[in-house]
Design a binder for this molecule. Structure first.
Ligand code: IMP
Length: 191
């Protein structure tokens, strides 16, 4: 079965492909020649992942899935959330985003936060949603050089290292994205 992953990132697609039985063929947006800018205008992670998956389903009539991830900080009422990529502006700078979060939390003792990934899968015109969460807290300074985005300022629950101080394998064992994808993969193995 052909299944489109609404991303241009072939590494992400290869990773999912390697976890699925051989009868699934994962295609990227590049593979299906989708060069359109897919709207991400919803106000929730659920809404954005649905918009992306629906766009592919409507325009290409293919089974597909899309993911959307956000960092949700308690003391900021769940922000940056769906705005995580562009929290400090449209240039989508990870450094600027982290600086903004750290300054907003400067005198805040409640540092609880979570990363949340939502995947929407559209399979034979039915919609399924999978969620992966990793709880943790925001550090007071940036630490580590691995990973991307907010990794240098996020410490998963019960641990001391930030995500950016872990290897990719260590992070993948517990990450929000890995958890959401595991759920979808378990579901797909049974269809
Ligand atoms: P996306 O939905 O995967 O594109 O994620 C949106 C934004 O959330 C990214 O641009 C990052 O700022 C942030 N983000 C998502 N996943 C992670 C992660 O695993 N570590 C750190 N930041 C992340």
């Amino acid at each position: 079965m052909k299944l489109v992953f609404a991303t241009h990132n072939s590494n992400k697609a290869k990773e999912i492909q390697s976890l699925l039985p051989d009868d699934f063929q994962i295609l990227t947006l590049t593979d299906i020649n989708c060069l359109d800018e897919i709207p991400e205008t919803a106000e929730t992670l659920e809404g954005n992942s649905l918009l992306k998956a629906q766009f592919i389903n409507d325009h290409f009539n293919l089974n597909c899935f899309a993911d959307d991830t956000g960092l949700e900080i308690d003391a900021l009422n769940g922000r940056p959330g769906v705005y995580s990529a562009r929290y400090a502006g449209e240039e989508k700078s990870a450094e600027a985003n982290m600086n903004l979060v750290l300054s907003e939390l400067q005198n805040e003792s409640n540092r609880k936060a979570q990363f949340r990934t939502v995947i929407t899968l559209i399979l034979n015109d039915k919609t399924y949603i999978f969620e992966g969460i990793v709880k943790g807290k925001m550090s007071t300074e940036k630490r580590g050089t691995e990973g991307f985005g907010y990794d240098p300022i996020f410490i998963p629950e019960g641990q001391e290292k930030t995500f950016a101080e872990m290897t990719l394998a260590e992070k993948n064992q517990q990450s929000h994205r890995a958890r959401a994808f595991e759920k979808m993969i378990e579901f797909l193995k049974k269809v």
